[in-house]
Design a protein around this ligand. Sequence first.
Ligand SMILES: Cc1ncc(COP(=O)(O)O)c(C=O)c1O
Length: 364
Amino acid sequence: MKIAKLARKGIFNIISYIPGKSIEEVQDEFEAKRWTKLASNENLLGPSPKALIAIRKELPKINLYPEGACTVLRRALADKFAIPERMIVISNGADNVILMIANAFVNEGDEVLMADPTFSVYANVTQIMGGKPVKVKLKDFTHDLDAMLKKVNRKTKLVFICNPNNPTGTTISLEAFNYFISHLPGSAVVVLDEAYGDFVENAFYPAGLDYVKEGEQVIVLRTFSKVYGLAGLRIGYALGREDLVDCLYQVRDPFPVHRLAQVAAVAALEDEDHAVRSIQSVYQGKRYLYKELDRMGLSYVPSQANFILVDFEKDSEEVFRGFLREGIIIRPGKIWGYPTFARVTIGRMEDNRRFIRALKKIIK
Ligand SMILES: Cc1ncc(COP(=O)(O)O)c(C=O)c1O
């Protein structure tokens, strides 16, 4: 028998997640002396020094299984957000939490609503479970919540809203979200992905935590990969009403978060200075990049995240290769239906300046 016939049907519909290129992947082909990765929206300031100390201290204990429930970290998050610990579930990256959500909620034939383009993992996990991703085009690079609401029906089980949206960096408005959620039937669960929530400057941003506290049918996703600079350790979490979070615990691995990640996350949370510095660095970099791009006459989507979607006005695959020759990795936009755009992570000022210097050379 063909093995393909034995596997879940949905898995062959998946367009595999294409991550940003890693330095290891490109360094053999392109011989840059120095590499700057601006492709995956990591924190270029690095991890908190306190997280590094915590990791070193924990290292001799890796012969022991980690603490399954992540009790210490969960308590720290519960304090930070002023919610009960039972409203928090932690796993090995928000990616894994997204899979857990699909595992827990999506039955064969269920519809899962999402924007187009948005973070591609939502569609993948839906298809794994035999659900149907229903994609609604962005309007002016932003979620079109009115159009999304029109697509809601009896089969709609989940609505993923990436806020700020990856790859556009845009946020939904408070008013539009309140209208959306008040018209959503009780048969649908909203997932607000706030992976980039710490970088939002917009005061009229619907913060997911408020909806969780009000008892709405909302799950909020957060990660230690961005502002906390721990992407390589893989740790993220969800906040939600206890009945929703209980469902996620039903499908959770016994030990999904290893020891080093748990202690590093606790230390990173305590290092408020590093988090604030990281956010300030993104704001400073954003202003600088806007100014330079304006000067060069290039347009971009104003961003509420730690990246900017820039229109290079030519095939961005070509621009991407031009940057690789300069030792810089960006993320070309063809996969999102924006062939002349690329997404660029906002780095430290030295990274941003390097990017602009290279851009001037490439465009010339
Ligand atoms: C919108 C969004 N959600 C979730 C994730 C995954 O985060 P994690 O690194 O915690 O798996 C990412 C990663 O880039 C993201 O962009």
